[in-house]
Write a protein that binds this ligand. Structure first.
Ligand code: NDP
Length: 324
């Protein structure tokens, strides 16, 4: 992928940010948008299901407005499921945007589509920034998200005070699309760690080791990862699987990483295999139906071993062999 920016007009901001808006008040956006309140003169929100925007306005003092009004802001945030959804909204927004505004897309999106969006916005004197986030809904709630930005530097400089409202860390990783690329690889690395942890804990359980006991060791040893530190104890081993980041979105992110690998002929056998397994797990459910942690249930179906704590531990499968 070529992450060099493709803008034809350089961005020269004329005034500090007065108005901001947030499009897409889902699990992430609802929390991210609240941090903008009080920082700018006007904070507008829009959501496809408009009652969610109204609830946000009531809860946090934002203004619930039409899409046409929202995209007239100086800085427009979006956090939507896919780049295709963002593209469709940009098409509707173009006639209503003000020259000089910056669109900050926090969706986990497709790098090449960032360049296409920039092309469309640049034609009307606006800028696009890809600024996907990491840190889960808890990070969105706390305003401590890691933001990986692909952008022209001047556009990021302009929008940064607004991004700062919900960020713990902002890194300018390159030109347009670079932020989306980093995000896709990040989530695929997480998927690899999570899948590997499911395998390791299943083997241990088959040998009579309770998963929580195993995690206590792994998490103070070199086998630890975010998956063992958080995902397994907080979602899988305790069988809660709280729905905060859906499995279809995880499968989408891994698919974006695989497209990047293919585009540049980089062999990535482990990434490709885990992306395919996550896709298979996701295909068991309608889009949006289950949390990403339910990939473990798919793996459990293959092994017949549940990665949950149990008072009565399973008998090791080869115990009879040992007697023989
Ligand atoms: P959700 O499914 O919770 O929310 C999706 C939002 O997009 C909702 O506001 C929904 O509106 C809106 N939407 C969906 N389809 C359309 C459409 N066709 N037109 C207009 N609006 C639409 O997603 P998340 O908040 O979890 O994720 C958003 C993005 O952030 C994704 O790209 C995801 O990969 C990424 N992300 C998610 C994280 C998480 O922990 N959840 C962490 C980091 C990144 P409506 O209310 O009407 O359905």
């Amino acid at each position: 992928m070529d992450t060099a920016h493709t803008s034809t007009q350089h961005f020269i901001p004329t005034q500090p940010i007065q108005s901001v808006s947030f499009l897409g008040l889902g699990a992430m956006g609802y929390q991210m948008a609240k941090h903008l309140v009080g920082e700018f003169e006007t904070v507008m929100v829009w959501n496809r299901s408009f009652e969610t925007a109204e609830a946000h306005a009531k809860q946090f003092g934002t203004q619930a407005v039409s899409l046409a009004q929202a995209v007239s802001a100086d800085v427009i945030f979006s956090c939507l499921p896919t780049s295709d959804v963002v593209d469709a909204i940009i098409e509707q927004a173009l006639p209503h945007m003000q020259p000089g505004s910056v669109w900050v897309d926090c969706t986990s999106g497709v790098p090449d589509q960032a360049k296409q969006s920039q092309h469309k916005l640049n034609a009307i004197g606006c800028q696009f920034i890809d600024a996907p986030v990491s840190g889960q809904t808890s990070g969105a709630d706390a305003g401590t998200l890691t933001v990986m930005v692909g952008a022209e530097a001047a556009a990021l400089d302009y929008a940064k005070p607004a991004i700062d409202c919900f960020a713990g860390l902002i890194v300018h990783v390159g030109g347009l699309g670079a932020g989306f690329a980093v995000k896709a690889v990040n989530n695929t690395l997480f998927a690899i760690n999570a899948w590997a942890a499911a395998e390791g804990l299943s083997v241990l359980k088959a040998h009579g080791v309770n998963p929580s006991a195993a995690l206590s060791c792994l998490n103070k040893a070199s086998g630890q990862s975010f998956a063992t530190l958080a995902t397994f104890p907080d979602r899988i081993v305790n069988r809660t699987f709280p729905k905060t980041f859906t499995l279809d979105l995880m499968a989408k992110d891994c698919g974006i990483a695989i497209d990047l690998q293919t585009a540049e002929n980089v062999p990535t056998p482990v990434m490709a295999q885990v992306a395919s397994l996550i896709r298979a797990a996701s295909n068991q459910h309608p889009p949006g139906a289950v949390d990403f942690s339910e990939f473990a249930k798919f793996y459990e179906m293959l092994t017949g071993i549940n990665i949950e704590d149990s008072k009565q531990l399973q008998t090791p499968k080869n115990s009879n062999d040992k007697k023989a």
